[in-house]
Design a binder for this molecule. Structure first.
Ligand code: SF4
Length: 220
């Protein structure tokens, strides 16, 4: 598939999400929030779902949390246009509650296709929700963050959600920055054919059980 084909397919999926009524979240949305960033990205961020500002603007990770993410990306030598940013569900859950299992089921084909098409080397799950869902774990984000976890031919590096980092303060912000830097090093090391995590502090490795690669089995 050429990059033009990938971008065309992503645009088609985004248009489908914009008019999707497959779950109850469609009733309360202003905009479906499909993604932002580059279809050629090496790093893909996955959050939980759109919040108030995202729903209003139709763009993921805007508002104060998005500004923090943009700043930390900049400090890691990246721009939002260099990465790909998406959420587990594309429409805002009321009062920012967690998405429900049937909503995730209805929406997951979009995210599965986004991962398949963008094909990032590193997926950064942001926060407890997307980390537990994608990795099928009950281990909390505080223990999972900063680890390099092999996952379907790529790696997941969980980190705190920028909104949580904003609430918590400078120490957690610094931790998200470290995790971003680890992701950048991991991409560089994978390109160079070295073990991921190369020059930085040795991260703990959690192996996911090898399974047949069935895209719809990625999560949920
Ligand atoms: S959350 Fe997903 S499945 Fe539900 S209406 Fe929005 S796009 Fe469709």
């Amino acid at each position: 598939m050429t990059m033009v084909d990938v971008e065309a397919r992503l645009a088609e999926l985004s248009a489908q999400a914009a008019i999707c009524t497959a779950c109850r979240l469609s009733a309360g949305r202003t905009h479906a929030v499909f993604a932002d960033g580059s279809a050629q990205a090496d790093i893909m961020f996955i959050g939980e779902g759109p919040g108030y500002h995202e729903d209003r603007q139709g763009v993921p990770f805007v508002g104060k949390a998005g500004m923090l993410l943009d700043r930390l990306l900049g400090e890691a030598g990246l721009d939002r246009r260099d990465v790909y940013i998406a959420n587990v569900v594309k429409c805002r859950p009321p009062n920012n509650r967690d998405p429900r299992p049937d909503e995730i089921d209805a929406c997951k084909h979009f995210l599965v296709e986004q991962i398949r098409l963008v094909d990032p080397a590193v997926v950064m799950t942001m926060g407890n929700f997307s980390t537990k869902l994608l990795l099928k774990t009950t281990v909390g984000i505080t223990r999972m963050r900063g680890n390099i976890i092999p996952w379907w031919g790529r790696v997941v590096i969980p980190t705190f959600h920028p909104a949580a980092a904003l609430r918590s303060g400078p120490t957690m912000v610094e931790t998200v920055k470290e995790d971003l830097e680890l992701a950048v090093r991991t991409v560089r090391d994978r390109r160079a054919g070295r073990e991921p995590g190369g020059d930085g502090p040795a991260p703990e490795q959690h192996e996911q059980a090898p399974e047949q690669h069935e895209q719809l089995g990625l999560f949920g």
